[in-house]
Ligand binder design. Structure first.
Ligand SMILES: Nc1ncnc2c1ncn2[C@@H]1O[C@H](COP(=O)(O)OP(=O)(O)OP(=O)(O)O)[C@@H](O)[C@H]1O
Ligand SMILES: C[C@H](N)[C@H](N)CCCCCC(=O)O
Ligand SMILES: [Mg+2]
Length: 234
């Protein structure tokens, strides 16, 4: 069976890429036996019982049904919560994109679905030359853009879509995620993005997720995502 895989990016850091990726993982787990998450570069680690942990990697693992070995789930676990080029330089660990590619190929042997979460937004640098979009390029993945609904997101969404297209990547769709529950005129903001992403990139809106509080909010978030429409685009 062909592996279903996509690259989740966002309009910024902290706008819900992990939240939406976990929602997708829960949704796919209900349909497929082997659903894995790949977070190639995680920035920000805490030491627990002698083992370095990253919150995103742990949440993604919890939402998957394939328990990947840590070095496969996250080939690069950087200590500092900063841009990966800065964190990698600080730690003296160059980020080798071909190593990430090799790990990803191992992951796809173990799963029917692989959700890949990027790091920050699409233009976040990995080193002096490469950026996050290059990860999607080498892994040959279509992109799902998570738009964190807050003031400024129209510009961020359109710039992200432009950067994705400029790199020859496919924008399969986007999700409006209500990170800021107090945002004014959310419907109008969504509409401003929707008509442009549809017209300019043929990228459909695949879900509008409200602000959901509570322990299992990412599990319930999947009900706001049109998984069937997403599957048709992969
Ligand atoms: N729809 C939502 N409702 C409630 N809380 C949300 C929602 N979306 C995201 N959050 C919360 O916002 C915070 C940031 O989200 P998340 O960690 O998914 O962002 P991210 O884009 O993955 O960030 P990073 O760039 O660090 O990977 C988290 O605490 C998450 O639980
Ligand atoms: C540490 C954080 N959680 C992210 N994973 C990294 C975000 C880098 C953002 C860099 C930037 O856009 O200026
Ligand atoms: Mg994240």
């Amino acid at each position: 069976m062909k592996v279903l895989s996509l690259f989740v990016t966002g309009t910024d850091t902290g706008i819900g890429k992990t939240f939406v990726s976990c929602a997708l993982l829960y949704g796919f787990c209900a349909r497929y036996h082997r659903v894995a998450a790949f977070k190639p570069i995680a920035a920000g680690a805490v030491l627990r019982n002698g083992v370095w942990h990253n919150e995103d990697t742990d949440l993604l693992l919890e939402a998957s049904n394939v328990a990947l070995q840590p070095h496969l789930a996250t080939p690069y676990l950087l200590r500092e919560s900063v841009a990966p080029n800065i964190g990698a330089a600080h730690q003296g660990v160059p980020l080798d994109i071909s190593y990430i590619q090799a790990c990803y190929y191992e992951v796809v042997q173990l799963a029917d679905v692989v959700i890949v979460e990027g790091v920050g937004g699409v233009c976040v640098p990995l080193d002096e030359i490469l950026d996050t979009s290059d990860l999607a390029t080498v892994l040959k993945l279509p992109i799902l853009l998570v738009v964190g609904l807050k003031l400024g997101c129209i510009n961020h969404a359109l710039l992200s879509a432009e950067a994705i297209a400029a790199r020859g990547l496919v924008l399969s769709g986007w999700i409006a995620n209500t990170v800021d529950p107090d945002m004014a005129f959310p419907t109008e903001n969504i509409e401003a993005i929707k008509c442009r992403l549809d017209r300019q990139y043929g990228a459909p809106l695949l879900g509008i997720i409200p602000h959901l509080d509570g322990q299992y909010s990412d599990k319930s978030a999947v009900s706001y995502i049109n998984i069937d429409a997403l599957l048709k685009r992969l």
